[in-house]
Design a protein around this ligand. Structure first.
Ligand SMILES: CC(C)(COP(=O)(O)OP(=O)(O)OC[C@H]1O[C@@H](n2cnc3c(N)ncnc32)[C@H](O)[C@@H]1OP(=O)(O)O)[C@@H](O)C(=O)NCCC(=O)NCCS
Length: 195
């Protein structure tokens, strides 16, 4: 039986115990307009995991409609490990359970992601979205992301070439000048990786 849509929800940091709920969301949330069939197919295979060493709970926020009822998530990663790129945070995944859509869950996750990014010294939040993903692009436009570029024909999905749209939101306007200084995490200050 499908679960009813949430009357209210909260956004909180993910914990390891969210794994099963997040696997269930990933197994149903994506289509070939929004994601990659090769990944979507794998997401519903037995033994699949959601968290990994590269993608631990600490880089996820979840939306929860009730205790143990996770309805969406967002994953946030630095785009690279370069110190020169440390002012940018990247949305490396966002999904909401189909039955909970259209109620502001992703909007709330993106707002929480901005706070997460600002707290870690970011001045810009970036993402990539398939040009076929109309609901997501409308959402990103509405909450203030702008298009920074397009990788034309970047992916071949179900027999058609699909563009990858690069979008970003500048966070400077919401970061007080005093907080922008000295906010780069220690780990990044010592990162000397070259390109
Ligand atoms: C894209 C996605 C994350 C959006 O999630 P969502 O929770 O439905 O998003 P929101 O509810 O915040 O916003 C969607 C719409 O609901 C509307 N909405 C927001 N709050 C609402 C409310 N309280 N009542 C009714 N509608 C509301 C918004 O205005 C928005 O309208 P729009 O389509 O004109 O922009 C979701 O469709 C999804 O998981 N898709 C599959 C995965 C995916 O595409 N991820 C993005 C990859 S780049």
């Amino acid at each position: 039986m499908s679960q009813p849509p949430p009357a209210a929800f909260r956004v909180r940091p993910a914990v390891a115990a969210d794994e099963a709920a997040l696997i269930a969301i990933d197994a149903t949330a994506w289509s070939s307009d929004s994601g990659f069939p090769s990944i979507t197919r794998a997401a519903s295979q037995p033994g699949v995991t959601f968290f990994s060493a590269d993608s631990p709970p600490a880089i996820h926020l979840v939306a929860e409609a009730a205790p143990d009822q996770v309805i969406g998530y967002i994953r946030l990663k630095p785009p690279t490990s370069l110190a020169e790129n440390a002012h940018v945070m990247h949305v490396a995944g966002i999904a909401v359970r189909a039955s909970a859509r259209g109620q502001g869950v992703a909007t709330a996750l993106l707002a929480a992601a901005e706070r997460y990014a600002i707290e870690r010294g970011a001045r810009k939040l970036s993402l990539r979205v398939l040009s076929t993903n109309t609901p997501a692009i409308r959402l990103y436009d509405r909450v203030g992301f702008v298009r920074e570029g397009t990788l034309a024909g970047e992916f071949l999905i179900d027999g058609r070439y699909v563009d990858d749209v690069l979008m970003a939101k500048r966070l400077e306007s919401v970061v007080p000048e005093a907080r922008r200084e000295n906010t780069v995490p220690e780990a990044r200050k010592t990162d000397r990786q070259t390109h």
